[in-house]
Design a protein around this ligand. Structure first.
Ligand code: F6P
Length: 560
């Protein structure tokens, strides 16, 4: 069934009217004063994630109109089509089935294939985790974008569950400053390289993999006292070279593995251990597939399965929970309300957990590569805005950097706080401080401070000669700035799996409302093509036919 574009629905017109009549002047403090049940009414208890949406600029009527919008845009039908394996990535003619990767054995689409690879990959992960036998101390993931950001985010997030003798490194940038210093610190005999690339053609990944291979074959493994004696069972199983020797071509097969859909290209590289996946797994949705191998090596097979289980629980919630209490759906609707009616251009993510320090970067790809589009599914230009800018830093660091702008800047930027109730460390007092900071920031954004309140306060660090009224204006806060707070009980693999899946489905929801293809990424192609054309020009200096700016820069870069 054909669904109308969002701006052609009657709900869109109703939302526009509602925004003018109530939305633009909506006052959070007054809304709480009017309605004692507001907190409960706008909280959602989803699997592993409790969400407080009550500090957002919406009321019951807004929610009703947004749900009308979801209905008119056919969100449920679109969601069901995705889950059923329809080729909703129309420009590439592909299904979008990352949910199948976390369905229990026998329950999802392609279950046999999915679980065969999962079993093999988890078996391999356990072999590497047996460090006495494997001899591995360092795992280097070489990949970029979706073949990097998921594992790079999850491994430190689950540090408390990670193998204590393994160190993980993530190399992504084609800039040699990424891999070169790392290689200087490694012993080839104790290092496992994972070349992670869906296509096995990505320029950055191939360049880094070749650099790693060249280093591997040319670097002697240092003499070490902690090595098992030569000829012992462990030594024989672990290494084909003795202490102080060089690795051989055949050792590539032991120290390099690939996670890819392009097994032939990996074999050509010399890699014989390959864990595959399928074209229906998008790069930025792939951490649940073989691309999650570094995670599996870090936390082990059982914990990796818990990560999948958490995501699956959120999948069930997204598929079955009633619309008013469906967390990804409600967040996606809120995103549309803010982007298209309030005109907010960005959203800040503030995880109050140091382990989630890479979550904002992960979400940037997930959301902006998915929904940064300007045509609809039929290729027609859009008359409305799509993806906001997503950015952030872990709390409390962000407070001492850009929160000034969130509180007193001229733009309103909704903030998403992520708080974790129980830490995995012993510093209870510091954890209480962390939680208090997160709560206080959300409170401050909402409550603000009037000039009168500021005038009544002492300000010991203020100038003694400044006029009191002027100072009070500098020290007042507009308030009424929206935020969402997401609470996890603990940052376990299961909770993290649920949290990530929540974000995936939220991005699906807003993308489906906007009527765009959230699963292609043609926007990265032009730069890739132009880079290939510029590579020889940088070598030979030919600037013929180039625009004047690029030509001028190229000449300067080539100057001695
Ligand atoms: O940046 C474009 C992109 O295609 C991403 O979507 C993808 O995650 C990344 O490049 C890496 O691609 P691959 O896994 O094929 O190396």
């Amino acid at each position: 069934m054909q669904h109308p574009r969002c701006e052609r629905t009657s709900a869109w017109a109703a939302l526009a009217g509602h925004y003018q009549a109530h939305g633009k002047d909506f006052k959070l403090v007054e809304a709480f004063a009017r309605d004692a049940t507001r907190f409960d009414a706008f909280c959602i208890d989803a699997p592993e994630v409790f969400a407080d949406l009550s500090k957002n600029l919406l009321d019951v009527a807004t929610r009703t109109f947004l749900l009308d919008l979801a209905r008119e845009c056919g969100i449920e039908a679109r969601r069901d089509a995705m889950l059923a394996g329809a080729a909703i990535n129309t420009t590439e003619g592909r299904a979008v089935l990352h949910t199948a990767l976390r369905a229990p054995r026998g329950q999802g689409l392609f279950s046999d294939e999915v679980h065969a690879v999962l079993d093999a990959m988890l078996g391999f992960a356990e072999t590497m985790r047996d460090t006495a036998r494997s001899g591995i101390a360092h795992v280097v993931n070489i990949g970029i974008g979706g073949s990097d950001l998921g594992a790079q985010m999850v491994v430190p997030a689950l540090q408390a569950f990670a193998h204590p003798e393994l160190t993980f490194h993530f190399v992504s940038n084609v800039d040699g400053h990424d891999i070169a210093p790392l290689l200087k610190t490694l012993d080839p005999a104790r290092t496992l390289f994972i070349v992670a690339s869906k296509t096995f053609t990505t320029q950055e990944t191939m360049a880094n993999a070749l650099a790693a291979k060249a280093w591997f074959l040319s670097t002697p493994t240092p003499l070490r006292a902690d090595r098992p004696p030569r000829g012992s069972r462990k030594a024989a199983e672990t290494h084909s070279v003795g202490s102080g020797g060089r690795m051989k071509q055949r050792d590539i097969a032991k120290h390099f593995v690939a996670t890819t859909t392009n097994v032939e290209a990996a074999a050509e590289f010399g890699i014989t251990t390959t864990f595959g996946f399928w074209d229906w797994v998008g790069g930025r949705y792939s951490l649940w597939s073989a691309i999650g191998l570094p995670i599996a090596i870090a936390i082990g097979a059982d914990r990796f399965r818990e990560l999948l289980d958490g995501a699956h629980a959120m999948d069930r919630h997204f598929a079955q929970a009633p619309a008013a209490k469906n967390l990804p759906l409600q967040l996606g609707l809120l995103d549309v309300w803010y982007r298209n009616f309030h005109g907010f251009t960005s959203r800040s993510v503030a995880p109050y957990h140091q382990g989630l320090k890479r979550l904002p970067a992960y979400l940037q790809q997930l959301e902006m590569e998915s929904n940064g589009k300007c045509v609809d599914l039929a290729g027609a230009p859009l008359a409305y805005a799509t993806s906001p800018v997503v950015w952030g830093e872990p709390g409390t660091n962000g407070q001492h950097a850009y929160f000034q702008m969130l509180h007193q800047g001229t733009d309103v930027i909704p903030v998403e706080f992520i708080l974790v109730q129980h830490p995995t460390h012993e510093l209870a007092q510091q954890h209480t401080m962390l939680l208090a900071n997160g709560l206080a920031q959300a409170q401050a954004l909402m409550l603000g401070k009037t000039s009168e309140e500021a005038l009544a306060e002492r300000a010991p660090t203020a100038s003694s000669v400044i006029d009191g009224q002027v100072l009070a204006r500098h020290r007042s806060f507009p308030g009424n700035r929206p935020s969402t707070t997401l609470l996890l009980e603990r940052l376990t693999p299961r909770a993290l799996g649920a949290l990530i899946a929540m974000y995936e489905h939220r991005v699906f929801t807003s993308g489906a409302l906007w009527g765009i293809n959230s699963f292609d990424q043609w926007g990265v192609e032009l730069g890739k093509a132009l880079c290939s054309a510029l590579l020889p020009r940088l070598a030979n200096g030919n600037t013929e036919g180039l625009d004047a700016s690029t030509a001028g820069l190229l000449r300067r870069l080539r100057a001695q």
